[in-house]
Every structure is written in structure tokens, then in C-alpha cells.
Design a protein around this ligand. Structure first.
Ligand code: NAD
Length: 322
């Protein structure tokens, strides 16, 4: 069996594929010509974030599985995979903790203004600490979580540890389940009105594009902080920029962008009330190891018809009966 790995993965993932005697290779770049040429006879693809459109996949005549290193799959056309009997898996057990910790890090740095205190101290202005703007506690604040799946729930659990009031909006999760986890179900607009912090954990699709834009931002309190670690485009960047520039809200943290990588002259870069990270919320060493291992296991278990498949990892369920 031949496996193409698009992007870098931790060695633990390579070890699993090699131990199973798969011929595996890494693609040096993601140019369309290279992908078409190198992937035409692979049985499986282990994929990080590259966009694999149907024009490329049409050439992969032996392809049986695409194993995403991660959980989002907006870089693939699932209906094309279904039609062509290609399984799609994700690493569902790997990255919730890492992303949730990233969200809490954004919350705490922005709330306590650690970045501004750090700058002042290093500039030798220790005695001028009273010139820093007010900073706050997370204690008893209202956290509004949109999307109560793996990551949303992991964020909620950590916020409850800080004695916060956690509100959740997810039309696909029953209210009983939200209450069972000590959170409060709430409508989108009501949640926006009472939130001190907003954290987004939705998939990107036609319904969730611009989920937070001008209209939603207009409902927020002036001390609100928006954190997006889900997908770029779920928060409208232009509207967020206007709100931050005019100090209509307190701050924001983004790990994801409408276009990645963002332009070097992106307007958000000039603001000091936003923290930005390069889509690396899930890239702690521990999480990279887990994702590489789980993505490799998904390929091996599927191709070897192992009965111990993790069914939660299959996006297009019809494939697992093959
Ligand atoms: N920044 C990163 O490195 C990183 C890492 C992992 C995942 N992600 C992204 O985080 C997001 C969440 O991942 P997850 O593993 O928790 O996914 P998940 O599938 O477990 O949860 C998503 C939740 O969103 C809910 N949802 C869908 N549409 C909604 C809507 N319109 N309103 C409210 N809720 C809605 C679903 O019901 C589901 O419960 C995804 O976009 C994923 O791509 C980012």
C-alpha cells in the first residue's frame, strides 16, 4: 500500500505507517502539478491543511482513504468523496484539550493585559504601572460558547474551573445535555447581549460564514472579548477591525483568518487590543504526536479492515462497511 503525506507530521505517525509496511512519502510542496503527479497511485492520503480539490482527487484512481490530521474538513468536498467511495477520517480524540487551553490563554492574557504589562516592564517603566489600563479577573464572568462539540465542551469545563457562568448556543445539542454539563442553554442574541467573553467552536459552512459580523457585534457589551479558534470567516474581520479600532469592544483573539496566511499588511496587525496566533492552537507537541498517531491509525485500521475502528473518526459513515 502506498500513502502520500501532505505536510509535516510527527515521527510517531511515520513509525506506525512504516511498521505496517506501507510505502509512505511526504510531498515536498502543495503545487497542483506536484499533487496530481505524486498522488495518482496512492491508496491513502494523510492530509494536514492543504486544499485538496476535486480536480486533483479525480486523478487518484486507487485512493481509498483520506485521513485528516485534525478535525476540520472544509478543505475537502465530502460529497465528491462519498460519490467516489473514498473514506474520510478525522482525529477526533486528539486536539480538544490543546485548543481549549489556547482559548483560556487568550482569555487570561487579554483580561489581565499581560502583553501590555510585559512591554512596560521590559521598557524599564516598572514604576509607571499605574499608566496601564484597567485589567480584570475571569472570576464570575459570563462566557458565551457557540458550538458545543468536542472543543466547546472542553472550553466550558475549564471556564467552570474559574467559577465563570457558562452559556451555550448549539441548536444541534439538546438543552438537557448542556445543563447536565453545568452550562446554560441560550439563544444566539440573548447570549451576545450578556457575554463578557465569546468563544467560537463551529464548523465553517454556508450557515456559519460571518456568524459574528457588524449586527452581532452591535449587541455586545463594551467589555466583551471575542476569541475565534474555529475557522476564519466565521468572524467577519472587517467588522471586527472596526469594533476594535473604535473600542466598541474590549479585545479579541484570533488563531484563524479568512485568508491564511494573512497579508503582511493586514489591518488587524496594527491594533494592540487583539492577540493573533498563526493557526497553531492545536500544535502543542503533545497534540501533534496524538494527531499524527491517530491519523496514521485511521489509515491502518481502515485499509487492514481492522474491526477496532474508531467509528467516531469517520466523517462519511457509508464507507466503513466496505
Ligand atoms: N485552531 C485550530 O487549530 C483548530 C483545531 C481543531 C479544530 N478547529 C476548529 O474548531 C471547530 C470546532 O471543532 P470541534 O472538534 O469542537 O467540532 P465538533 O464537530 O465536535 O463541534 C462543532 C459543534 O458546532 C455545532 N454547530 C454547528 N453549526 C452550528 C450553528 N450554526 N450554531 C451553533 N452551533 C453549531 C455542532 O452542533 C457541534 O456541536 C471546527 O471549526 C474545527 O475546524 C480548529
Amino acid at each position: 500500500m502506498k500513502i502520500g503525506i501532505i505536510g509535516e507530521i510527527h515521527n510517531d505517525g511515520w513509525d506506525i505507517l512504516r511498521k505496517n509496511n506501507y510505502e509512505c512519502f511526504q510531498l515536498p510542496n502543495i503545487e497542483e502539478k506536484t499533487l496530481i503527479n505524486d498522488l495518482q497511485d496512492v491508496d491513502g492520503i494523510l492530509l494536514r491543511t492543504a486544499n485538496l480539490h476535486n480536480g486533483i482527487l479525480n486523478h487518484c484512481k486507487k485512493l481509498k482513504i483520506i485521513s485528516r490530521h485534525g478535525v476540520g474538513y472544509d478543505n475537502l468536498d465530502v460529497s465528491f468523496l462519498n460519490k467516489n467511495n473514498i473514506a474520510l477520517t478525522i482525529t477526533s480524540t486528539s486536539n480538544a484539550v490543546s485548543v481549549a487551553e489556547h482559548v483560556l490563554t487568550f482569555f487570561l492574557i487579554l483580561t489581565k493585559k499581560i502583553h501590555l504589562s510585559d512591554k512596560l516592564t521590559k521598557e524599564g517603566k516598572f514604576k509607571q504601572k499605574s499608566t496601564l489600563p484597567n485589567f480584570f479577573e475571569l472570576f464570575k464572568k459570563n462566557i458565551m460558547i457557540f458550538g458545543f462539540g468536542r472543543i466547546g465542551q472542553a472550553v466550558a469545563k475549564r471556564c467552570l474551573g474559574f467559577d465563570c457562568n457558562v452559556y451555550v448556543h448549539d441548536p444541534f445539542v439538546p438543552n438537557e445535555k448542556i445543563k447536565e454539563l453545568n452550562c446554560n442553554p441560550i439563544d444566539k442574541n440573548e447570549g451576545l447581549k450578556l457575554a463578557d467573553y465569546i468563544s467560537l467552536h463551529l464548523p465553517l459552512n454556508n450557515d456559519t460564514k460571518n456568524f459574528i459580523s457588524k449586527e452581532e457585534i452591535s449587541l455586545l457589551k463594551s467589555n466583551a472579548i471575542i476569541v475565534n479558534t474555529s475557522r476564519g470567516g466565521i468572524v467577519n474581520e472587517k467588522d471586527l477591525f472596526d469594533a476594535l479600532k473604535n473600542h466598541n469592544i474590549l479585545g479579541a483573539g484570533l488563531d484563524v483568518f479568512e485568508i491564511e496566511p494573512p497579508d503582511a499588511k493586514h489591518p488587524l496587525f496594527e491594533l494592540d487590543n487583539i492577540l493573533l496566533t498563526p493557526h497553531n492552537a492545536a500544535l502543542t507537541l503533545e497534540c501533534r504526536k496524538r494527531m499524527a498517531v491517530e491519523a496514521a491509525d485511521n489509515i491502518v485500521n481502515y485499509l487492514s479492515k481492522n474491526k477496532d475502528l474508531n467509528y467516531n473518526n469517520f466523517v462519511n459513515e457509508l464507507q466503513i462497511t466496505r
